[in-house]
Design a protein around this ligand. Sequence first.
Ligand code: HEC
Length: 186
Amino acid sequence: MKQIISIVLLAMLTGVTAAGQKTDDVKQSRQAVKQFFGQLKGELQSAMKAGGPVNAIEVCSEEAPAIARDVSKEKGLQIGRTSLKPRNPGNAPDQWEKAVLKEFEQRKANGENPKKMEKHEIVEQNGQQVFRYMKAIPTGELCLKCHGSDLDPAVSAKLEKLYPEDRATGYSKGDLRGAFTIIKDL
Ligand code: HEC
């Protein structure tokens, strides 16, 4: 009897700790996204103001990965961006990310606000438990200069040169452009 009680207690305790850990991971992921997005948007806006979208392309191609590396290191996780139609093939989604991106599209079609859309799950990868998190990125007005349908020819030319496999144009305001994605080893 005693043994059963301790097993039950242990199971409950483990459950509580796991749930607490997950809440912390979600909070930390939200903070990481906020930091990444805030910094990137700030740099993007000032580069656009200073030299227009052609000039700002460099911010996206060089600063975005650099900011992602800094935030990842600081928070002890891996943060990046992904999309069903990536500009950089290096940002292509893995299987879990692809499923979540499709789920986000479905949730949006069902009327959910994409600004608040997120998903987290603990999954097994290569025999290891990892925490995964994604947050949707809706397309705003600013984004259309480089992800819209009617691009300035100079912008198109530069994008073509840097990203010959670019699939990230033709978006309208409010569309899901992609998502932030986080992996954390547990
Ligand atoms: C000045 C041009 C420019 C603007 C404006 C811009 N982007 Fe991008 N975006 C890029 C470039 C270049 C990349 C490829 C970055 C890389 O190589 O990782 C990119 C990549 C991305 C990615 C990563 C997935 C992929 O397609 O490779 C997302 C998500 C994204 N942009 C969202 C946005 C959103 C949301 C906005 C508006 C807030 C925005 N972008 C505004 C140029 C731009």
